[in-house]
Design a protein around this ligand. Structure first.
Ligand code: BG6
Length: 495
């Protein structure tokens, strides 16, 4: 038994399953999906026989496939796994070729799955969404969908409300809502899930979690990488659709939602839906003031010179934004008037994601110096470190009267939890097998998110909003949405 397996010997085991990954030899599958299954299997949680099937559109050369996959199994989490562990897993993987979805092309898959009628079939669509409809239809025509089947959908689920509804209509030809798992990997991150525990398992914060006590909420997801090998996908999406429509909005929901009555899928999703519906739509006038879109130019990343976005994608007239910042409001009782400031971008100064809850100033300063008292801040750092900090004013020791400064009370996850942190995909894939939809988006949530996003895309168009250029390796043009007295609270002191 590996150390990992010993640590998790009491892990829950699941009903037997087949997991079929369409786009199985694609980048996401190789980097994230298959390594996640490998880890869960190592933990003894899945104990899988030969039931992980990767579907490739190209000739299935198992050797090349293994060569691509092994480095991601070998070094995930900076931990090297033994040759034996890896080979054991590779033997369980089946690679099948299906050039395009058709009953004929799926014959081999059908014969394979039909050998195990007792297993639940999980279909993981890691392909462009244009293939979702044809794959679904073919699975249905092959008789491969029943009440025990599930489907996992990778984003992007459309590029607008209408196209997202179209995709949904195609999927629901064969699957019911309780069988559909729309994945947002941010919801599988440990620190993101900890937000629920922080808010709803601690009395301290919940009491102050409202407009009366909170001045602003800021969410930053900064990436130092550029678009890498995803130029054609990214250029059609941009930062708004690639990151805000899903990840940042989900983070916002977890910060802003009311306590659900129980930690059950529909209870949590009902509360998130209410937040999405309360988001104030933007219009032609407000986008000019409350949003900024940007595109990176040449600059530096980790001291190396990097190309501009246009050079990266080799398309010199692209107007796609690689950065976006938005100020928005959740128009409900709890959050009246509190700005929620979101920003995300590629080729920013560093990989750095955090949520800042910026509390209001004390009502009256009793101290003689009248020196400014900093607001308390709760900082939830999602990456690269996983940490929570509470910034509080503290007296500077000494006899010279009352002098004070902000000091952070820190909870560093790695100090308190020594175990390996599972990747977000591990948690989410296990939830699919287990049938727990809490961390997956429901269709009405998705529609509400699209409705709000469309208020921005249509207003950008109407206002002829242009990109602000920013140098790679900087914080980007987020300051453009700030008003007097506002700033991005990026806590970098003491690091
Ligand atoms: C993906 C986006 O959903 O999230 C990528 O498509 C982005 O563009 C990635 O790089 C960021 O995820 P993480 O987990 O590295 O923050």
């Amino acid at each position: 038994m590996t150390v990992q397996a010993k640590n998790n010997a009491n892990q829950e085991r699941f009903k037997s399953f087949n997991i079929v990954v369409f786009g199985g030899d694609g980048d996401l599958s190789i980097r994230k999906i298959l390594p996640a299954i490998f880890h869960r299997d190592l933990d003894g949680q899945l104990d899988i026989p030969n039931n992980v099937i990767a579907i490739s559109r190209k000739e299935p050369n198992i050797k090349t496939f293994h060569q691509k996959l092994i480095p991601f199994l070998q070094e995930s989490d900076h931990h090297k796994y033994s040759q034996e562990e890896i080979e054991k897993f590779l033997k369980k993987l089946v690679l099948l070729k299906a050039e395009s979805p058709s009953v004929q092309a799926y014959q081999e898959l059908k014969s394979f799955l039909n050998q195990y009628p007792e297993r639940q079939n999980i279909y993981y669509f890691s392909t462009p969404s244009s293939a979702f409809g044809p794959i679904t239809q073919t699975l249905k025509d092959c008789g491969l969908v029943n009440q025990n089947s599930k489907v996992v959908l990778e984003k992007p689920l459309g590029h607008s409300l209408a196209s997202s509804n179209e995709i949904n209509a195609e999927i629901t030809q064969a699957f019911e809502e309780h069988q559909i798992y729309r994945i947002d990997h941010y919801l599988g991150k440990e620190t993101v899930q900890n937000l629920m525990v922080l808010r709803f398992a601690n009395n301290l914060f919940e009491r102050a979690w409202n407009a009366e006590n909170i001045e602003s909420v800021q969410i930053t997801v900064a990436e130092s990488l550029g678009v890498e090998k995803r130029a054609s996908y990214y250029d059609q999406s941009g930062a708004l659709l690639d990151m805000v429509q899903n990840h940042l909005l989900q983070l916002l929901c977890l910060v802003a939602m009311e306590p659900p009555v129980a930690l059950e899928a529909d209870e949590v999703r009902n509360e998130k839906l209410k937040v999405l519906k309360a988001l104030r739509p933007l219009n032609k006038k407000s986008v000019l003031k409350d949003t900024v879109k940007g595109q990176y130019t040449r600059g530096f990343s980790e001291s190396a010179q990097v190309k501009s976005y246009l050079e990266d994608i080799e398309k010199y007239d692209s107007k796609t934004e690689t950065f976006v910042a938005i100020k928005t409001y959740v128009d409900n009782w709890r959050w009246k008037g509190v700005p929620f400031m979101l920003r995300t971008g590629k080729r920013m100064i560093k990989r750095y994601s955090e949520i800042v809850i910026n509390f209001r100033e004390v009502k009256h300063n009793i101290f003689p110096s009248k020196e400014k008292l900093n607001n308390n801040k709760l900082i939830i750092r999602l990456q690269p470190e996983e940490r929570i900090e509470l910034i509080q004013m503290t007296k500077i020791p000494g006899p010279g009267g009352y002098r004070y400064k902000p000091i952070a009370l820190k909870l560093d996850y790695t100090d308190s939890f020594k175990e390996r942190f599972p990747d977000a995909y591990e948690r989410l894939i296990v939830d699919v097998i287990r049938g727990n939809q809490t961390l997956f988006m429901r269709q009405d949530e998705l529609q509400a998110a699209w409705t709000w996003i469309e208020s921005i895309t249509t207003s950008w168009k109407a206002a002829n909003m242009q990109n602000v250029l920013y140098e790679a390796g900087t914080w980007g043009p987020g300051d453009d949405i700030l008003e007097e007295g506002e700033s991005w609270i990026t806590k970098t002191w003491g690091e």
